[in-house]
Structures are given as structure tokens and as C-alpha cells.
Design a protein around this ligand. Structure first.
Ligand SMILES: CC(C)(COP(=O)(O)OP(=O)(O)OC[C@H]1O[C@@H](n2cnc3c(N)ncnc32)[C@H](O)[C@@H]1OP(=O)(O)O)[C@@H](O)C(=O)NCCC(=O)NCCS
Length: 156
């Protein structure tokens, strides 16, 4: 609830949460794991405090594909949390799950997410024009991707 009260998370994830929607969203994450179509983790500090969320969506186990998603709480930003989480999840997805390709898509207006993609070893592949509708209209999206044979950028 606190995370989705943040204006940046609302803006870039195109949603907010009321009391009823929060359990529903968490339940959707559980169902996606059970169906093999998604996977979500809390990113926590050593004491167990929440820092953010990282996950896979649009998972296609047969095709070896998935898309990364993430947010970090405002109080935990600019400390490398997103890059560390994306690198860790990518290694798991390639080495343990055996996926072939991970995509990372963000609005061309979201410079912070573009920085995360670059630092996490996801090269820019192109621009998807008018691809996702936000509250202020349709946004062009940057597509970044990493395939399993790309050099690992190493631990964050
Ligand atoms: C995008 C977001 C996840 C970044 O999380 P973070 O933990 O602060 O990111 P990191 O500390 O790992 O930053 C990695 C790099 O990204 C870039 N970056 C991060 N935040 C930035 C900002 N506000 N402005 C410009 N560049 C930024 C920088 O290049 C940074 O490296 P540096 O700190 O060495 O300069 C966070 O700002 C967030 O949750 N934003 C709202 C939700 C969102 O945009 N989700 C992604 C949707 S695609």
C-alpha cells in the first residue's frame, strides 16, 4: 500500500491500490507463480525491511522468455537496489530456470529505469512506438534485453 502510494510507482506502473486491491494483487502474484507465468520477490535489507519488488512477468517457459519488472521504495533509491535485484534475478532466470532471453521495457520518459537497464547489463535494442497507455497518453517504450550468452556484468 505504501509503495503504490508513491507518485512515481503509480505513474510508471499505471496503477494505485486501495484496501481491497492490495490482497488481490498479491493473490495475482501467487497465481502467476503457480501457473508458471510470473514470479515476484520482495527485495529486503539484511534486517528484513522492505526495499522494493523485483519480478518476472509474461513468462513463457516453453519459449524461454520473460519480462522484468521492478520498483524501489523512495527511501531506498539511488543505492543500487534495483540494479542488484535485476542482476540477481537475471542470473537465477538464466542459470536455474534456463530462460534464453529477458526483456526490460520502460517509457522513454523514465530515465531512472533506463539507467537501471544499462547498469544491469541490458543493452538497448529499440523503441516501441505508442506502445503503453499511461494517464497522460500513449508512451513510446524503450526495449532492452539480455540473452543467456551475453557477458554477465557481475555482482552489483
Ligand atoms: C527506477 C527505480 C526502480 C530505480 O531504483 P534504484 O534502486 O534507485 O536504482 P539504482 O540505485 O539501482 O540506480 C541505478 C542507475 O539508474 C540510474 N538512475 C536511478 N535513479 C535515477 C534517477 N532518479 N534519475 C536518473 N537516473 C537514475 C542511474 O544511472 C543509477 O546509477 P547511479 O546511481 O550510479 O548514477 C526507482 O526509481 C523506482 O522505483 N521508480 C519508480 C517505479 C519505476 O520507475 N519502475 C520501473 C518501471 S519500468
Amino acid at each position: 500500500m505504501a509503495a503504490y502510494a508513491d507518485p512515481d510507482i503509480q505513474r510508471w506502473h499505471c496503477r494505485s491500490l486501495d484496501d481491497g486491491e492490495a490482497p488481490q494483487l498479491i493473490d495475482e502474484w501467487r497465481q502467476a507463480w503457480a501457473a508458471g507465468t510470473g514470479a515476484s520477490w520482495a527485495v529486503v535489507d539484511p534486517g528484513g525491511g522492505l526495499l522494493g519488488r523485483v519480478g518476472l512477468r509474461e513468462v513463457d517457459l516453453a519459449g524461454g522468455l520473460a519480462e522484468l519488472a521492478y520498483w524501489v521504495l523512495p527511501t531506498a533509491r539511488r543505492r543500487g537496489v534495483a540494479v542488484a535485484a535485476v542482476r540477481t534475478l537475471s542470473r537465477w532466470a538464466f542459470d536455474q530456470v534456463g530462460l534464453q532471453r529477458l526483456e526490460l521495457v520502460h517509457s522513454t520518459a523514465n530515465q531512472a529505469s533506463c539507467g537501471v537497464a544499462g547498469a544491469a547489463g541490458f543493452p538497448f535494442e529499440g523503441t516501441l512506438r505508442g506502445c503503453v497507455e499511461h494517464t497522460d497518453g500513449w508512451h513510446d517504450m524503450h526495449l532492452h534485453a539480455r540473452i543467456r550468452t551475453d557477458a554477465d556484468p557481475g555482482p552489483a
